[in-house]
Design a protein around this ligand. Structure first.
Ligand code: MLT
Length: 251
């Protein structure tokens, strides 16, 4: 039996829910899209941190071990880059010219907090729309899956639920094909319906990136980015299944 639980915010999950689970953390706009993009750009490692000062200290420590210029600081507060950091939180900036071979220390308002909330899971992966199918392939033989949505400032966000729904929908399809029974919680059911109502025609998934961008723009995180004139980040985050890798975070 495969069991999938979706938590619309990290606070919905109890510690015992995590025991033996594989956790997947989602912050489509933008932290987890950035982490996937950083690995795709050749980052050696990504270290999510909660606090700006601790991130700076960690950089000093790691540069003593790995050498100067081996570590980059990235992230945001209120959506904008942090003073003195090397990079903000725009996925398209995490390209190989900047990030290849580097260790990235990332601190963001919600995404890196959600990753820390899931740290007691047996295994912790990071998902964006950009690597959705790769995540499904990684998870399809797991038995207990916990999907953590980061939300925004303690509020549930639809962009994270959409991706959660995409994962549940695709995983339930795999379980049918493999004739393995699958059960999911109420939040997973709602997320699955959210996704399938938008992207299913005659029982078949057909995803339009244009529609995905439109939907993301209307979500809480999307509205924030539009108000900051960071629309380009939404378009990058909507490139579904464009990256074939699954970052695993060890804290
Ligand atoms: C976060 O972690 O809070 C987000 O990724 C916010 C953002 O990118 O602006």
């Amino acid at each position: 039996m495969i069991s999938i639980n979706v938590y619309p915010l990290p606070a919905y999950a109890q510690n015992e829910d995590l025991a033996n689970s594989v956790a997947v953390v989602i912050d489509v706009l933008r932290a987890t899209t950035v982490i996937v993009s950083a690995f795709a750009g050749g980052a050696k490692n990504v270290i999510p941190m909660l606090d700006i000062e601790q991130a700076r200290q960690q950089k000093e420590i790691l540069e003593k071990i790995h050498g100067k210029d081996s570590v980059l600081l990235g992230g945001e507060r209120k959506g904008v880059p942090i003073a003195g950091f090397d990079l903000g939180n725009s996925p398209q900036h995490f390209v190989s010219e900047k990030i290849s071979g580097k260790i990235l220390i990332l601190t963001t308002t919600n995404g890196t907090v959600a990753i820390h909330a899931a740290k007691n899971a047996r295994c912790l992966y990071v998902a964006g729309l950009v690597n959705a199918q790769a995540v499904v392939e990684r998870l399809k033989n797991e038995e207990k899956i916990a999907i953590f949505c980061a939300g925004t400032d303690g509020n549930v966000t639809e962009e994270d639920l959409l991706l959660a729904g995409c994962l549940v929908s695709r995983l339930s399809h795999c379980s049918q094909q493999n004739q393995k029974p699958c059960q999911w919680n109420h939040h997973a059911e709602r997320a699955k319906l959210l996704w399938e109502n938008q992207f299913f025609i005659d029982n078949k998934e057909i995803v339009s990136e244009t529609k995905l961008i439109e939907l993301l723009r209307q979500c809480r995180g999307g509205k924030n980015l539009v108000s900051l004139k960071l629309d380009a980040d939404i378009a990058v985050a909507a490139k579904i299944d464009s990256i074939n890798l699954v970052p695993e975070i060890r804290l």
